[in-house]
Design a protein around this ligand. Structure first.
Ligand SMILES: [Zn+2]
Length: 248
C-alpha cells in the first residue's frame, strides 16, 4: 500500500438530504433518540440500505478481469448480510463503480442516492497484488454498505506522531488550523467520530475498515499492517445492519 491508494470515504455535504434519503430507504437509519446523555444535535443517522433489497451495482468501465475480481471480493460480504448484489453493465445502478488507476474512494451507504450520475465508487484496476486488491474492494464495499473508517472509532488509541503524518502530506509544521491540507489530514487520520455516531461495539484494529498504519507515523513501535480479511467484528456489524428475517 502506498499513500496514493489510501481510501478517502466521502461524507455527505448536504446532511438534511442525506438524512432524507437514508430514512426513506430504511427507517432504521433514524438516530437513536432514547439517550438523555447525548444532545440530539450530535446524534447522527446511519446510511444502511433496506435489508432484503437487491442492490444494483453498475460497472461504468473496466476490463473483464477487473470486474470479475471486484465481484469475487465484494461477494465476501454476502454471507453476513441480507442483501443481494446484482452486478450490471451500463450507467444505471444504486452503486456505480469506475475503474480509475490509483484511486480508492466510496460514498457511504445510501449517500450514493444523492448522486444522480457518475461514479459513487472508484477502484484502482491494479490486480498485481490480488490479496491487496481484494482487501481494498472489501473496504470500499464496507463504505458502500454504510461503514465508517475504523481508525476513527471514538476509542481508537493510535499513538500518532502527528508531525510525521503532516510532513508526509506536505503540511507545514506550523500550519494554522484553517489550512486546507492540514484539515484534510486531520479529517482523514485524527478527527475521531463522536461516540453517538457509531455502533457501540469496541474499537477493532483488525477491521477491514481500518487503515494500515505506518510505524514511522506513530510513536514507539506501533504499526498496523493492512488487514486482508473481514474481521469477526466486521461480520457482526454488517449482520446487525442487514438482519435476516428469521434473525430479527
Ligand atoms: Zn475507506
Amino acid at each position: 500500500m502506498n499513500l496514493q491508494t489510501v481510501c478517502t470515504a466521502k461524507q455527505p455535504s448536504e446532511r438534511p438530504q442525506s438524512y432524507a434519503v437514508a430514512i426513506t430507504e430504511n427507517p432504521a437509519n433514524a438516530p437513536a433518540s432514547s439517550s438523555t446523555r447525548q444532545k440530539r444535535a450530535v446524534a447522527r443517522h446511519t446510511n444502511f440500505w433496506a435489508p432484503g433489497r437487491v442492490l444494483r451495482i453498475a460497472f461504468l468501465n473496466g476490463e473483464p478481469p477487473f470486474k470479475e475480481a471486484v465481484k469475487t471480493a465484494a461477494s465476501q460480504w454476502l454471507p453476513y448480510i441480507n442483501l443481494t448484489f446484482d452486478f450490471v453493465e451500463g450507467e444505471q445502478g444504486d452503486i456505480r463503480i469506475a475503474s480509475e488507476p490509483g484511486a480508492y474512494w466510496s460514498l457511504i451507504g445510501t449517500n450514493a442516492l444523492l448522486v444522480e450520475e457518475g461514479p459513487t465508487m472508484l477502484l484502482s484496476p491494479d490486480l498485481r497484488m490480488p490479496a491487496f486488491f481484494a482487501a481494498n474492494v472489501m473496504h470500499e464495499f464496507g463504505h458502500a454498505l454504510g461503514a465508517e473508517h475504523e481508525h476513527l472509532h471514538p476509542q481508537a488509541n493510535i499513538p500518532w506522531n502527528r508531525k510525521a503524518v503532516y510532513r508526509a502530506h506536505g503540511v507545514d509544521e506550523d500550519a494554522e488550523e484553517g489550512d486546507y491540507t492540514r484539515n484534510m489530514v486531520d479529517e482523514r487520520y485524527f478527527n475521531l467520530l463522536n461516540s453517538s455516531e457509531v455502533d457501540h461495539s469496541p474499537y477493532d484494529p483488525k477491521s477491514i475498515m481500518h487503515y494500515a498504519i505506518r510505524q514511522e507515523w506513530t510513536e514507539g513501535d506501533f504499526k498496523i499492517d493492512l488487514n486482508l480479511v473481514l474481521s469477526e467484528k466486521d461480520k457482526a456489524f454488517m449482520s446487525k445492519a442487514y438482519p435476516r428475517q428469521n434473525a430479527i
